[in-house]
Design a protein around this ligand. Sequence first.
Ligand code: NAD
Length: 258
Amino acid sequence: MTDRKVAIVTAAAGAGIGAAISRQLAEDGFEVVITDAHERRCGELAAELAEKHGREFMSNTLDVTDFDAVGNVVEQVLKQYGRLDVLINNAGWNKLEAVAEMAPETWSRCLDVDLNGTFNCMRHALPVMIKQRSSTKAFEAVIVNISSIAAWETSTEHGAAYSAAKAGILALTRVAAAENGKHGIRVNAVAPGLIYNDFLRRIYPDEFFEGYAENRSLVGRVGQPQDVADMVSYLVSDKAGYITGEVFTVSGGVSPHA
Ligand SMILES: NC(=O)c1ccc[n+]([C@@H]2O[C@H](COP(=O)([O-])OP(=O)(O)OC[C@H]3O[C@@H](n4cnc5c(N)ncnc54)[C@H](O)[C@@H]3O)[C@@H](O)[C@H]2O)c1
């Protein structure tokens, strides 16, 4: 068994939050298991981290909507490292369509990736974490689910399917925290506001970004993936040992969670 803590990150190889979390956790000393639906980028990030840290990183192509594939990855992680300490559910998908015009496929796909995908990963990771605790009393595990301020904002900017899925993640987080505290497992959610990346810039209209830093953000800038990675780094650390079942907003004050 490795001495390092082992963290699985989903959707880890994109242009945004998942990759920033992976880089940060590697920096923090974790064995980071890079998983993403995009095969080539998965390998590229693993190679980048290996080059930077002088140690190998496991990478697996994984679509979180595939329940059995998630199970296979967890199995491979246990085979390779003998432990699983952290799960970061970062995979998300969205397509903006008003409810009155939404294709049923849009609704289903969004719920499937964002909410069911989070469930699929927790469903496979939790029994492993619970078992580890029963054999090693000191063992503590952490799950962080990436939600969004879309979970509670009254806005036309997010889309109802995405908002519903992200709100569902908050409920899933709270109940899983309640069920698993006794097993030494903490479960929290992070709800980002706008977190800039180049890919988003290409798919959202300019109006979405223009004036955001000046008029909406309370700190005069838009969020960066590293802002979320820093929060996750804290939540998975021992410093956050008394924190579970919570939602942490990272939105530059745009939409704080009460
Ligand atoms: N960027 C924002 O402004 C923002 C705001 C609030 C919440 N979020 C949430 O943060 C998370 C990360 O968003 P991001 O914009 O930083 O993108 P990201 O770059 O972290 O994620 C994009 C990656 O997701 C992967 N992916 C898509 N569908 C997948 C699936 N079914 N299984 C596995 N991987 C899949 C893609 O291959 C891509 O590499 C998402 O859950 C998103 O909803 C983002």
